[in-house]
Design a protein around this ligand. Sequence first.
Ligand SMILES: [Mg+2]
Length: 203
Amino acid sequence: MKEENNVLNGVKAVVVDLDGTIYDKTGLAQRIVARLWWCLPLLAAERFARRNAHYVQFASEEEFFGFFFETMARGHWWGAGIARAWYFEVYLPTMVGLIRRYHHPRKEVLELIREAKAKGLKVAIYSDYGAVVEKLEALGIAPDMFDLLISAPELGALKPSEPCARRVLDMIEATPETTLFIGDRDDKDGASARAVGARFLKI
Ligand SMILES: [Mg+2]
């Protein structure tokens, strides 16, 4: 008997995490530090702001990033404007360039996505960072194969925000009972699935 992927049984929509799930991100954090050694304090401030933004829900992307960059600037010589410019013009493009050069898609995850698409299921990419299209293109994956590309900050928070996960389901017209979340982190992707009552597959 042919072995089938029965994780998709009864599933009508799949919500897939990007970093660490679509591709193996082993070594990426170290590569970012090696590349951006000249701005280590900004990297540290980004981690600090990310930790502080956990479990805070904002009404919009603009409010989220307003808080995020204010937090990055707190106690430092740079202001929120510099933090914002660095994040979008240095940090994210550096990450995308390193992914393009050193990282590869996880074949088993891509196969699962293709199988889901072949079955007519909705497939969304739900990231905790921005630059979703740029990262997919860097990995050689066509962004238009997905029904939705979204990041949690665009919806006003970070994973595992319950309102954000619910918005994702709404945007692809999915119900929690028939949705499968796929991700590499139980505390982010698994918790997002549990927040809305959906299933979770850990990579
Ligand atoms: Mg991840």
